[in-house]
Design a protein around this ligand. Structure first.
Ligand code: KG4
Ligand code: ZN
Length: 432
């Protein structure tokens, strides 16, 4: 393949004439119409960002936009497929660094903090200190595992929120400092948005995003969202939790059962040996809820009623009974959460006429949710997209991947970005 690069950057507009002088356009026209004469099969053309007419003319010839030049600190860095992106994630209790080379994950180092276990939840100050202790070695490990050096990095990306403020700050400040030192662009990433696109990490090796719009269910320890994602990566949130998140429902009801934090994976394992029909816990805002008439088209979630129901029911049981039926109770709680998530996702896909659903976030690692969603999708003829379990829970590969996607779609890198612990999902959606 022969690639010819044509510069149109300094082309001047002829003020007397509405047309561009078009020296390159004339050449391109000749080459496109008579490929046999020039012999080139592929052209890359550079044009100034504001040269709309020139760009439109190229589009008319069938050229596509493949890259943008991003300006950073008086330096031009070309963002293209062949770039090495370092992603950093520190929003909660995972310290993670990942390197994405040419769109593929070369390394994804994740350290899950164990210091919170005895507290039954994440202690923010402990999380920040642990991130601070680990960040240098995690990033070093990610770069070494990727078989590159820091000087090979083209872009640094980090979670900028939402998350625990101190925890986010550690990764964000470290990432911006490193970007400054290496003189490469920095890209802030919204954590929830990164989860949404995590099923398509390593796109090209079997994880291709659907061609049309799809419904995304994002279920983590802090968020439960249903959104409709368009092919251009823009998305609209159509439902969210009114109280607890799905992961929180797992963690809090698990705590009532005496399980360690985070209880989600423990319930998942325990439930394998239990009966999901042992006790029917409530499924709020669904066809099975008491006010079932009003649920149609309501894509919001509510899990606080389940929490109360589990608590009051457990209080009526003896400790021996609970111990004997722990697996059955875990399976029944899991069935209530999974039932709601599947029913709402399928109803959303039907109502929006889309033929694909994706699940992401920590709870998407749940084996029962994966199985039930697959069965429901198969029944409806809907394609299901899941992240590999490694990319369900918090990881830096999803941060690097979203940074790459955004840059390839023209997002500007930042210089000094402030921490955004409550980064609005709606604001991120509007920008996308
Ligand atoms: O996405 P994530 O790692 O962190 C947040 O952004 O919150 O999600 C963590 C949540 C926790 O609530 C954890 O209990 C839940 O994901 N989780 C699971 C499973 N693995 C993690 N919940 C159910 N089943 C699992 N296998
Ligand atoms: Zn997360």
């Amino acid at each position: 393949m022969f690639v010819k690069t044509v510069e149109t950057k300094n082309q001047q507009r002829n003020s007397d004439d509405r047309r561009w002088p078009g020296i390159e356009i004339r050449n391109i026209k000749k080459a496109v119409e008579h490929p046999d004469i020039r012999g080139e099969q592929h052209y890359t053309i550079r044009s100034g960002q504001n040269q709309k007419e020139v760009k439109n003319a190229y589009f008319d010839f069938g050229f596509a936009l493949v890259a943008r030049i991003v300006s950073f600190a008086h330096r031009f860095s070309e963002i293209r497929d062949t770039m090495n992106i370092l992603g950093i994630e520190t929003s909660c209790d995972e310290t993670s660094g990942a390197v994405l080379c040419n769109g593929n994950v070369r390394s994804n180092v994740v350290s899950s903090q164990l210091c919170h276990t005895s507290f039954g939840g994440v202690v923010p100050e402990l999380a920040s200190r642990e991130h601070e202790r680990l960040i240098v070695s995690i990033v070093d490990a990610a770069v070494t595992e990727a078989n590159i050096t820091k000087n090979d990095l083209d872009v640094i990306a980090a979670t900028a929120g939402p998350g625990l403020i101190g925890a986010v700050m550690v990764g964000l400040c470290f990432a911006q400092g490193l970007a400054y030192a290496l003189d490469v662009p920095f890209v802030p990433v919204n954590h929830i948005e990164a989860h949404i696109f995590s099923p398509f990490i390593n796109e090209g090796s079997g994880h291709t995003a659907p061609e049309g719009a799809y419904v995304s269910l994002t279920v983590s320890g802090g968020h439960t969202l249903l959104s409709v994602v368009a092919p251009d990566l823009s998305y609209k949130v159509i439902g969210r939790t009114l109280d607890d998140a799905a992961g929180e429902a797992f963690d809090k009801t698990g705590k009532m059962l005496g399980l360690p934090y985070p209880a989600g994976p423990v319930i998942d394992k325990l439930a394998e040996k239990g009966d999901p029909n042992f006790h029917l816990f409530p499924r709020a805002l669904t066809s099975q809820s008491q006010s079932s008439k009003s649920w149609h088209g309501n894509f919001d979630f509510s899990f606080s009623g389940l929490k109360t129901s589990v608590l009051t029911w457990l209080q009526k049981q003896s400790p021996e009974f609970i111990e004997r039926h722990k697996a059955d109770i875990a399976a029944s709680i899991q069935a209530a959460i999974v039932g709601v998530l599947v029913e709402k996702s399928i109803a959303a896909a039907r109502s929006r006429n889309v033929m694909a659903v994706s699940i992401a976030g920590g709870v998407s690692a749940n084996s029962s949710l994966r199985k039930a969603m697959k069965e429901a999708c198969d029944k409806e003829g809907i394609a299901l997209h899941l992240p590999s379990v490694t990319y369900s829970t918090d990881n830096a590969a999803m941060i690097a991947t979203l940074a790459g996607l955004k840059l390839s779609r023209g997002m500007k890198a930042e210089r000094n970005y402030n921490v955004a612990p409550y980064a609005s999902f709606a604001a991120a959606a509007k920008k996308a």
